[in-house]
Design a binder for this molecule. Structure first.
Ligand code: NAD
Length: 367
C-alpha cells in the first residue's frame, strides 16, 4: 500500500518558518514510527502570486484535491495589501476551502497547564480547559444570496443573507456528533432560534440528527448566552456546534481563553473521499505575522499541533497525535518558550528551530 499523501503549502511570512519545523516532525514519524508520508510542496498566497500572478494556481488546486490532506502555513503580508481583491493572498485560501467543500471547521481551545497564566481569565477558570468548536464553514451569512449594497428609496442598503439548507446543517451536525462521540460525549449547539428562522431550522435538524447519536448528550443554547458562558465557565463545554457567523466570533473568543495565537491549530474537513478519509486542510489559526517574519522568532507549535490534528482526523493515528501533543505540553512544562510565550519577568526565548528541536527531543523521550 502506498504512503498517505500530504501537500504542504507553506505560504507567506512565518508560514515557511513554522512549516520547516513541521517537516522535521513528519520526518521523525517516518524514521522513528514507521509512519512515512509522501510529501509534496507548492505555493499559495503571495508566494503563488509572485510566481503565477494568482494566489492559487489551478495545478495546485488540482493537487490539493488529489492528496489525503493539505497542510497550510499562512498567507498574506503588507506587500500584497495593494493587490486587487480578486488576487489577494487570502483568496487562495478561500478557494481551497470552497472547492474542497470543507464544511466543518474544527477549532480546539485547549489550555496547557504551563500557559494558564497567559489567559485573560483567572487561572482556575481555564486550567485544564479542553473544548472543541465545530463551525459550519461553507454556508450561512458569508455566502447566502442576495448579498450586496443596493439603492432603495434613494439610500444605500447593505444586505447579507443567513441561509441554511437542511442538508448543510445535517452534515456538519453529524461531523460534530462523531467528534463528541470520540471525546466526552457532550454536544452544545448554539444558534439564535429565539429571533431567527434559520436558527429554528438549525435546532430542529440538530435534534433530528441526535436520534442517530443518542449516546451523546445534546443541549441547545442561544449563541449570545454561549458567548457569556464561554468566558464565565468554559469548562462546562465539550464540543460546541455552531454556524458560520456565530462560529467565527465564538471560536476566536474561545481561542483567547488559552492565551497565545502561536499555540492554536485548526482543521477544516469535508466529505469522505473514496478511501474513506475526509477532504482535509490543516492550518494554524495565526496569520503570516509580518512583524516577526524572517527573525526566527515564530512559535511553530500551532502548525505542529495542526499536524497532530491531521494524524488524528485524516490518518486515524490518535495515539501518535496524543504523543505529539504530549511532547508540546512537556516542552512547555519544562519552561521552553518562544518569544510570544515569555512573561514580563523574562528568561531567554528560544528560536523557531530550537522550539522544533525541543519538541523532537520530547518525542524521542516518549519512545
Ligand atoms: P497574525 O496572526 O499574523 O499576527 C498577529 C500577532 O500575533 C502578531 O503580533 C504576530 O507576531 C503574532 N503571532 C502570530 N503568529 C505567531 C506565532 N506563530 N508565533 C509568534 N507570534 C505570532 O495576524 P495579523 O497581524 O492580523 O495579520 C498579518 C497577515 O496575515 C495579514 O496579511 C493577514 O491578512 C494575514 N492572515 C492570514 C491568516 C491565514 O493565513 N489563515 C490568518 C490571519 C491573518
Amino acid at each position: 500500500m502506498s504512503n498517505p499523501s500530504l501537500l504542504i503549502l507553506a505560504g507567506d511570512g512565518i508560514g515557511p518558518e513554522v512549516m520547516a519545523e513541521v517537516q522535521r516532525i513528519i520526518d521523525w514519524y517516518g524514521d522513528k514510527r514507521g509512519l512515512a508520508f509522501d510529501v509534496s510542496e507548492d505555493l499559495v498566497g503571495g508566494a503563488a502570486y509572485d510566481v503565477h500572478g494568482v494566489p492559487l494556481h489551478d495545478d495546485t488546486m488540482a493537487k490539493a484535491q488529489g492528496v489525503d490532506a493539505v497542510l497550510l502555513g499562512a498567507v498574506g503580508g503588507p506587500k500584497y495589501d495593494v493587490l486587487d481583491f480578486s488576487v489577494k493572498p487570502e483568496r487562495g485560501l478561500l478557494r481551497l476551502r470552497k472547492e474542497m467543500d470543507l464544511f466543518a471547521n474544527l477549532r480546539p481551545a485547549q489550555c496547557f497547564d504551563a500557559l494558564a497564566d497567559f489567559s485573560s481569565l483567572k487561572k482556575d477558570i481555564v486550567a485544564g480547559l479542553d473544548i472543541m468548536i465545530v463551525r459550519e464553514l461553507t454556508s450561512g451569512s458569508y455566502f447566502g444570496e442576495p448579498r450586496g449594497i443596493f439603492i432603495e428609496n434613494n439610500e444605500r442598503v447593505g444586505i447579507n443573507t443567513q441561509r441554511y439548507t437542511e442538508s448543510e446543517i445535517d452534515r456538519v451536525a453529524r461531523a460534530a456528533f462523531e467528534l463528541a462521540r470520540k471525546r466526552n460525549k457532550k454536544l452544545c449547539s448554539m444558534e439564535k432560534a429565539n429571533v431567527m428562522e434559520s436558527g429554528i431550522l438549525w435546532r430542529d435538524v440538530v435534534t433530528e440528527v441526535h436520534a442517530d447519536y443518542e449516546d451523546v448528550e445534546l443541549s441547545h443554547m442561544y449563541a449570545d448566552n454561549g458567548a457569556m458562558q464561554l468566558v464565565r465557565a468554559p469548562k462546562q463545554f465539550d464540543v460546541i456546534l455552531t454556524d458560520n457567523l456565530f462560529g467565527d466570533l465564538l471560536s476566536d473568543c474561545a481561542a483567547m481563553l488559552t492565551g497565545s495565537l502561536g499555540m492554536l491549530p485548526s482543521a477544516s474537513l469535508g466529505a469522505p473521499m473514496e478511501n474513506g478519509r475526509p477532504k482535509a486542510l490543516y492550518e494554524p489559526v495565526h496569520g503570516s505575522a509580518p512583524d516577526i517574519a524572517g527573525q526566527a522568532k515564530a512559535n511553530p507549535s500551532a502548525c505542529i499541533l495542526s499536524f497532530a490534528m491531521a494524524l488524528r482526523y485524516s490518518f486515524d493515528q490518535g495515539a501518535e497525535a496524543d504523543r505529539l501533543e504530549a511532547a508540546v505540553e512537556k516542552v512547555l512544562a519544562d519552561g521552553v518558550r518562544t518569544a510570544d510565550l515569555m512573561q514580563a519577568d523574562g528568561g531567554t526565548p528560544v528560536s523557531t528551530s530550537e522550539m522544533g528541536s525541543a519538541i523532537i527531543a520530547a518525542l524521542d523521550a516518549s519512545l
